[in-house]
Write a protein that binds this ligand. Structure first.
Ligand SMILES: Nc1ncnc2c1ncn2[C@@H]1O[C@H](COP(=O)(O)OP(=O)(O)OP(=O)(O)O)[C@@H](O)[C@H]1O
Ligand SMILES: [Mg+2]
Length: 459
């Protein structure tokens, strides 16, 4: 399956070129051999070349000029230069210009093959790196944020507007609402996306450890600090630092963070030298930070520094219209990841999904879909296949109640609901009153009384 490495070989001496071509083809490479460097450069415009092997001394365009062009237009292609014996100075020069390697003619076959092999390796690594980067963007880009509700559309437009700048972003929302997903989308849609995305959970570590985790430490600053260590702030240089659960920072660390945000510099633990950093900070919290400020748990000045752009993610139960889309998205994604065939939810099962409260938000929804995909045999997921908590009457009732306005006439509303439930039971029971009474767990006479009361007639 390994695709062959494609070499472009340039040399003005035709016979020599033929020899090189044969040698490299025998060694398993795909070779394009050209005796005119100009044609070679034109060839690069339209073909994917992994490594260039070029002679130095050629009549119209020299190897050095080829190198310059390649460095300018295709900087990822390693260039291997062949120089004639005695022209050692220009060899040093081409290395300065960024040639991958040079070999002096006459060289042995092994010498050439070794150098080409190394260049091919480098090229392969470049290619892998590009694929990995593209995968990351694909995995964490904005299009991974699913939803059509107004809240989600607003979130997407905020991400879009915030990404190009270096402004600090504060993301708030209950657990599982997608805070980390949004943080990554901001980084990967920003101009800093070639830099690292470094994430720190402020709750996971005790305060002392967290300090050295964030700021690093100098050698000998505390027992066990055997060597200098760079902290997350430094690791995130050129990229984005994601501070998760920011509401958990101790007052001391809040002061330190404030300083970094103000001055973009800090000292490592136990150090005196200032370290400057070029980072963007995205912070997340499932607390209401404004309230924490009012309660005196979170510094007001730090809050304002963090709250430059605020993205508030609503709980899933407040944007139920996204649920069918999310279900379809997770069915598709998780079926692929688990190597199982996708399944469909019956409309009734989907109703239950849409009606549920989702205290664990999207993460919980994702887990339920995954569980159904893996455990249910057959290609349909029915109500009975759903986990018990989703079928819980209390939560069904609560979500039905959520649909009603908060301000209402209680007695009147209850009567209307009662009448509606009785009508539904009658329809279900094909208007057989005994059966309807059974469905409602009341006596036939009570049912008849209520039918009269609400003026409900037979068919
Ligand atoms: N709008 C969305 N579209 C698709 N997937 C989503 C969406 N929001 C969240 N998810 C997925 O739900 C899961 C939980 O999201 P995430 O980890 O970002 O939540 P969180 O708010 O950081 O949660 P916690 O507070 O528990 O850390 C992830 O697998 C994420 O990919
Ligand atoms: Mg999270």
């Amino acid at each position: 399956m390994n695709e062959k490495t494609h070499l472009l070989v340039l040399d003005d001496e035709k016979n020599y070129l033929l020899v090189l071509e044969a040698l490299l083809t025998d060694a398993g490479y795909t070779v394009t051999a050209l005796n005119d460097p100009e044609t070679g450069l034109a060839f690069l415009e339209e073909s994917e070349v992994d490594v260039i092997v070029t002679d130095m001394k050629m009549p119209k365009i020299t190897g050095r000029e080829v190198l310059e062009q390649v460095k300018k237009n295709w900087p990822h292609i390693p260039v291997l230069i062949m120089t004639a014996f005695g022209s050692i100075e220009s060899a040093v020069e081409v290395m300065k210009y960024g040639a991958f390697d040079y070999i002096t003619k006459p060289f042995s076959n092994d010498e050439l093959l070794l150098s080409v092999h190394n260049a091919a390796e480098l090229s392969r690594m470049h290619r892998q790196y590009r694929v990995l980067r593209e995968n990351l963007e694909e995995r964490y880009g904005m299009h991974q944020i699913i939803g059509k509700s107004r809240a989600i559309r607003e979130t997407l437009s905020m991400v879009d507007r915030a990404a190009p700048s270096r402004s600090t972003v504060l993301i708030s929302g209950e657990s599982g609402t997608g805070k980390e997903l949004v943080a990554r989308a901001i980084h990967f849609s920003s101009p800093r996306n070639k830099g690292p995305f470094v994430s720190v959970n402020c709750m996971a570590l005790n305060p002392g450890v967290l300090e050295s985790e964030l700021f690093g430490h100098e050698k000998g600053s505390f027992t066990g600090a055997v060597a200098m260590r760079r902290g997350r702030f430094e690791q995130a240089g050129g990229g984005t630092l994601f501070l998760d659960e920011i509401g958990e920072l101790t007052p001391e660390l809040q002061v330190k963070l404030l300083r970094v945000l103000q001055e973009r510099r800090f000292e490592r633990v136990g150090g005196t030298e200032e370290v400057e950093v070029d980072i963007r900070i995205v912070a997340a919290t499932n607390k209401n930070l404004q309230e924490e400020v009012e309660k005196g748990n979170f510094r007001e000045d730090l809050f304002y520094r963090l709250n430059v752009v605020h993205i508030a993610l609503p709980p899933l139960r407040e944007r139920r219209e996204d649920i069918p889309l999310l279900v379809a998205h997770f069915v598709d994604k998780l079926a692929r990841e688990n190597g199982v065939t996708p399944k469909t939810f019956t409309p009734e099962a989907l109703d239950y999904m849409t009606g549920y409260e989702w205290p664990g938000n999207i993460r919980q929804l994702q887990n339920v879909v995954e569980r159904c995909l893996v455990l249910v045999s057959g290609d349909t997921i029915r109500v009975d296949d759903l986990p018990p908590e989703l079928r819980d009457e209390e939560s069904q009732l609560k979500s039905a109640v959520d649909l009603l306005p908060v301000q209402l006439d209680l007695a009147d509303t209850l009567e209307r609901i009662e009448a509606a439930l009785i009508r539904r039971a009658l329809v279900r029971a094909d208007f057989v009153q005994v059966k309807a009474a059974e469905l409602l767990a009341i006596s036939k006479s009570l049912l008849q009384y209520k039918l009269k009361k609400y003026n409900i007639t037979g068919h």
